[in-house]
Design a binder for this molecule. Structure first.
Ligand code: PLP
Length: 451
């Protein structure tokens, strides 16, 4: 970076911040984009440069960055009752109303909700709930957690152990007892001559073999994102959930749908499990829950787990777990408004209406010689760079290709996320057709610059 930037925002950011999930060589060579505000799906930096955010923050700012109704809901609740926990026999009226609403919009006819500050904490909480439940029911050995390679479930020690990413080895994770099944990505992991249906059956067989090998009586639960998000936007191979759910049911293993990204409309239905036509035992929600306007997560228990958890808690008169800001009234008021905005202000309809244009845009990019695959569901999608399209050979140097594409996008005024050798797109639900065209035009020219 030039010396005259010593006192710049970029230099101050680097001097004062310990970065997470950031490619440090990129930051050192290009500087940090320091943002001041947002306008719809755009963000603006300290130099007044505008960027179309194709990732809607971190998959979460679905209503854009300045939705007046959400700002008003936050301001009104801050003025009315700024903060409170949901423990010791007290909780805010907003918390009660949100729990009722979440159960109402869930695929469950009844259930109960527990609040956290993030998706990681919600997964962590769900694991503790399962351990608590099985122990209370006389099965303390039921502690193993099944997830998948490439799945992302968060960063706490437990949710990072659930996450199937090699980078967690730098922390000595996963913890023992966190088992990772294969990633159901047919294009990448399908074998020579194997049909997609055969691939799905192989995934199901692997699951059942793992359950039998480990002992069904040792397994606490199975967690899956309906579409893997941070793994690179990977929809499951066709029929995947129809193949694995009956096996999990056969062995009485609770099924948890991690809907931190897919919840509230991202895949075109309210929940990803609805898109993929399965009913889990519990749902993990965050991100879109507050349209990104407040850090909050929720565990939504379906009827059976709700009854069993309640009985387990009654037996010792308390579930000893919670966070200071669990059920924060401002977060709950914002979430109530966010649900209303997504479901009643045409956002869900816009996701459905924009999906064909989105898919067509991705498919056009995949015609390029160095794009091996496009994939997606609803308004989450990705294009995967390859060195050799015919053999699907990746570029050497893992991150560098998608990082270079993302940097070229930033130069063109588009923010999009490099993930492995893919570039992912996860636009706000409020995007217009013209903004979507702008997004694809910019990505298209960025790809041309890199290849
Ligand atoms: N689960 C999924 C599917 C996610 O995508 C994420 C975050 O991206 C998390 C959990 C963790 O959520 P948080 O970053 O709020 O802790």
């Amino acid at each position: 970076m030039p010396d005259d930037r010593t006192n710049s925002w970029e230099a101050r950011a680097e001097a004062s911040s310990f970065y997470g999930f950031t490619d440090l060589p990129t930051v050192h060579s290009r500087g940090t984009v320091v943002l001041t505000h947002g306008e719809g799906p755009y963000v603006v930096d300290v130099h007044g440069r505008r960027y179309l955010d194709a990732n809607s923050g971190l998959w979460n700012m679905v209503a854009g960055f300045d939705h007046p109704g959400l700002i008003e809901a936050a301001q009104a609740q801050y003025a009315r009752f700024p903060g409170y926990h949901a423990f010791f026999g007290r909780m805010s009226d907003q918390t009660v109303m949100l729990s009722e609403k979440l159960v109402e919009v869930s695929p469950f006819e009844r259930g109960r909700v527990f609040y956290t500050n993030s998706g990681s904490e919600a997964n962590d909480t769900m694991v503790k709930m399962l351990w608590f439940l099985h122990a209370a029911e006389g099965n303390p050995q039921r502690r193993k957690i099944l997830t998948r390679w490439n799945g992302y479930h968060g960063v706490t020690a437990v949710s990072a152990s659930m996450t199937g990413k090699p980078y967690n080895s730098v922390f000595g994770l996963p913890l023992p007892g966190f088992l990772h099944l294969s990633c159901p990505h047919y294009w990448r992991f399908g074998q020579e001559g194997e049909s997609e249906a055969e691939f799905t059956q192989r995934m199901a067989k692997e699951l059942e073999a793992t359950i039998i090998k480990e002992g069904p009586e040792t397994i606490a639960g199975f967690f899956a994102e309906p579409v893997m998000g941070a793994g690179g936007v990977i929809p499951p191979s066709s029929g995947y959930f129809q193949a694995v759910v009956p096996i999990l049911r056969k062995y009485g293993i609770p099924i948890i749908s991690d809907e931190v990204i897919t919840g509230f409309g991202r895949t075109g239905e309210v929940w990803g499990c609805e898109t993929f036509d399965f009913v889990p035992d519990a749902i993990i929600s965050s991100k879109n829950l507050t349209a990104g306007f407040f850090p909050m997560g929720a565990v939504i228990l379906g009827p059976e787990l709700s009854d069993r958890m309640q009985a387990a808690a009654e037996a010792i008169e308390e579930f000893p777990h919670g966070f200071t800001a669990s059920g924060h009234p401002v977060g709950c008021a914002i979430a109530l408004k966010a649900i209303d905005v997504v479901m009643n202000e045409g956002l869900l309809e816009n996701v459905r209406a924009l999906t064909p244009r989105f898919e067509a845009g991705l498919a056009r990019l995949a015609e390029k010689p160095n794009i091996g695959e496009w994939r997606g569901k609803g308004l989450m999608g990705a294009v995967e760079a390859v060195k050799d399209k015919a053999t699907k050979t990746p570029f050497a140097g893992d991150l560098s290709v998608s990082e270079r594409i993302a940097n070229a996008c930033t130069d063109a005024g588009l923010i999009c996320r490099p993930l492995g050798q893919a570039v992912v797109l996860c636009p706000a639900f409020v995007m217009t057709e013209a903004q979507m065209d702008e997004m694809f035009d910019k990505l298209d020219s960025a790809l041309d610059k890199v290849f």
